[in-house]
Design a protein around this ligand. Structure first.
Ligand SMILES: [Zn+2]
Length: 77
């Protein structure tokens, strides 16, 4: 086989592997994101009204709003 054929084989092979890898990665991420979303802390900014979330374990000190940086406290469910 000439070098160019090898290049094609390796190129298509790695592209297929990449797609497969991404597919598995997204598949895994889909399942995990639901688990994380349940533990996510939700905040509502009383100054600008935006809703945002944080994945910190401890939010007793509050979390600053990404828009106006006003410190809000976790919403109670
Ligand atoms: Zn805000």
């Amino acid at each position: 086989m000439n070098p160019f054929t090898w290049f094609i084989v390796l190129y298509t092979g790695s592209a297929l592997l990449g797609i497969l890898g991404l597919w598995f990665w997204y598949d895994k991420r889909e399942g995990g994101s639901f688990e994380k979303a349940r533990r996510r802390k939700v905040f509502h900014c009383v100054r600008c009204g935006s809703v945002y979330s944080a994945r910190k374990a401890d939010v007793s000190e509050g979390e600053a709003c990404p828009k106006c940086e006003y410190k809000n406290y976790e919403l109670s469910y």
